[in-house]
Write a protein that binds this ligand. Sequence first.
Ligand code: SF4
Length: 362
Amino acid sequence: MTSTAQRLAAIRGDAPPKRHNARTIAALTGNPGCARRAVLDGAGADKPKLAERIGFPARFGQSRFAITRGNAFEAQVKADGGVELLRLVAQRLGVPVPERASWTDLGGADDLPDRHERSRRALTAVGPDPALFDHPLLGLDVAGQRVSLEPDLVAARLGGRFHVVEIKSFPVVDGQADPAKVSAAAVQSAVYVLALRELLVAEGYDEELVSHDVVLVCPRDFTNRPVASLLDVRKQLLVLRRQLDRMARLDDLLAGVPAGFTADPSAEPAALAAALRTVEARYAPECLASCELAYFCRDEARGHTGALGRPVREALGGVGTVADVLALAAGERAPDPGQEEAAALLRAAARLRADALAGDPA
Ligand code: SF4
């Protein structure tokens, strides 16, 4: 075992590293500046257990009902060998609907090496005809671990390229879907695009053979009728690559972590919380939807401007706490060097507020 591997094992408590999936990899891009998260994810620490142990259990994840509904919608969309799905995808890509396309089911038993090999063979031997691949198994290296990933569907040779197809059960109402859910689907799909590109590049193909346009299939309005839309995931691919590269340099990350740092869920809660505080975090409200430590970090960030979100953190650049913001706005203290612009804005905002309140007949 290398010294890095030993250190990571000590951090997570000698348990096997927690495996990533597309959702957790996608979440890595949500807060790329957070060293705490990068170290814990790099070490494969059990963050849900850790959060529970320190008294701030995570409260997110899909409900059983949502998972069942999602599975039922996916099965409906893929029925009859994907005839309807083929039509939807082709129309959305603006290509003639093929009379037929082969359908290859790459799902099944959990024999991962066998499924990886079947997926590799099928996806790298695509002939000239349109083809659909159900649940291919792909792989990606994340912080030195090989992670298995399973997109809902890959369409090949439609419009001349491979397209990842994601089937989600959140609705598109009047042409609009929940932006947060669409954005999460885009990052998750980018993970699949990256994995599929790596697979094809390793076999000598050009990465551009896999389109950056992902086809998202959702129920339309309040029915179960599917509707397809295109998501351009180029931006997400860039962020994802950057974050994966950063996690691949675990030594750099660990250099800033105090010796003896532990995230072993069997350690004493107070010691664990104290250890976590020694690694810098960057809490933002988005953490609540993407990181198991969100309630701990939110508590820690209470009273800090960063806890109010990135736009506030950036607008108040250099003013770290809410108490300082109020003091600057009231003119009760002089701004430190670099805070002059924010202080002027705060005083102007305080004056406007006072004027508005003075003119309010109430
Ligand atoms: S919840 Fe905490 S550890 Fe997780 S990304 Fe946010 S700040 Fe970082």
